[in-house]
Design a protein around this ligand. Structure first.
Ligand code: KG4
Ligand code: ZN
Length: 340
């Protein structure tokens, strides 16, 4: 059995996974106490992680119908993320490992997202993964477990972050993505004009901060902000984001074909992958290029401990080493951008 903890942002989550790949329990608690601030307050988050873990650690063992003694491997997200939360989760998992004299696997949160579609899909390596979260927007070639080539990333805001900031400008709730998605269906995506940053750049990098600034000006220049205008702005914004993501991914496909990389599968991962319009647009693009499109279940798009337990299992099966001395690292990266 593997016991995993995820506490890198504002979800507190635990999972128990058997070594033959079956989930015996999975609990995700979305912290509600940040909503009134319109964003995550790190100090509040780490205190909440500590409180919530004390309830859900025993609860997840109960749900799995096992004792702590039955756990063979412990794991926790050790970065990237908010340092307070990372320390709380990793210290708790390490303490349990030390107390039982069992190994501890530090897991990179991004690796958790990258491998998350493998939980419910059979995928061939290497595959292309587009990772869209609140803190990251990256394109990876996933060559194997632990071998990730970063091909491009955002030079400023992450895509989820831009959804959150635009939602705040429109006076919607936090996290912003689901709110924007909900009202975008009611709006006209051609109502306004928004810029396409780095449109003609030939790299696989992204930029989103200019769009947020443009939306902020748009909001300021409206004599009155009513429901209709909000939906039109949300629809225009979401469709611009889709245009940018699709354009970059098309470029990635073209480069892969030109360089003779034989991939079959393309994965969309991270919290933003839960967006139906975005998901549908990727599905269409993959069909056009004859790639199989895969993505995690809705529950495993956002932050969760199941993907952390899963990454731990993959590392264990590959005989990769545990490391109880690994220190939580808020900027733990999977490597620098390389070109193919
Ligand atoms: O992967 P995730 O849960 O946490 C990080 O690792 O950051 O991603 C959270 C991000 C937030 O910015 C949230 O607004 C965005 O994912 N998100 C969405 C949707 N659901 C969550 N963005 C667009 N549409 C959605 N339906
Ligand atoms: Zn995440």
């Amino acid at each position: 059995m593997i016991f995993a903890i995820e506490t890198s942002c504002d979800e507190t989550s635990t999972a128990v996974l058997s070594l033959d790949g079956k989930f015996l329990s999975h609990i995700i608690v979305n912290q509600q106490n940040h909503k009134k601030f319109g964003g995550v307050v790190p100090e509040i988050a780490s205190r909440a992680h500590l409180e919530i873990l004390q309830t859900i650690v025993p609860q997840s063992l109960d749900e799995a119908k096992i004792e702590l003694n039955n756990i063979e491997l412990f794991s926790a997200t050790c970065g990237p993320g908010l340092i307070g939360g990372l320390l709380v989760g990793s210290t708790m998992a390490k303490s349990m490992a030390i107390g039982r004299n069992k190994p501890f696997y530090p897991i990179n949160h991004l690796e958790g997202h990258l491998l998350s579609p493998l939980i419910t899909n059979k995928i061939n390596f290497p595959y292309l993964a587009i990772l869209l979260t609140g803190g990251h927007t990256q394109v990876y070639l996933v060559e194997n477990i632990g071998i990730y080539k970063l091909l491009g990333e955002t030079v400023d805001d992450a895509v989820g972050e831009s959804f959150d900031k635009v939602a705040k400008l429109l006076g919607l709730g936090y996290p912003g993505g689901p709110f924007i998605e909900k009202i975008a269906v009611l709006g006209n995506e051609k109502a306004f004009h928004l810029p396409h940053p780095l449109e003609f750049e030939k790299s696989l990098n992204f930029s989103f901060s200019g769009i947020k600034t443009a939306v902020s000006l748009l909001v300021k220049n409206q004599p009155k902000i009513n429901k209709k205008i909000k939906s039109d702005i949300a629809a225009t914004f979401q469709s611009k984001i889709i245009e940018i993501l699709i354009k970059r991914t098309t470029l990635a496909f073209t480069i892969l074909k030109k360089k003779n990389y034989k991939i079959k599968d393309v994965a969309l991962v991270g919290g933003v992958a839960a967006n139906k319009e975005i998901n549908e647009s990727f599905k269409k693009l993959c069909n056009k290029f004859n790639y199989r499109f895969v993505f995690p279940t809705q529950e495993m798009c956002g932050d969760n401990a199941a993907m952390i337990a899963w990454a731990c299992l993959q590392r264990y099966k590959k005989n990769m080493k545990p490391d109880i001395n690994f220190k939580a690292n808020p900027r733990w990266s999977l490597g620098k951008v390389v070109s193919l």
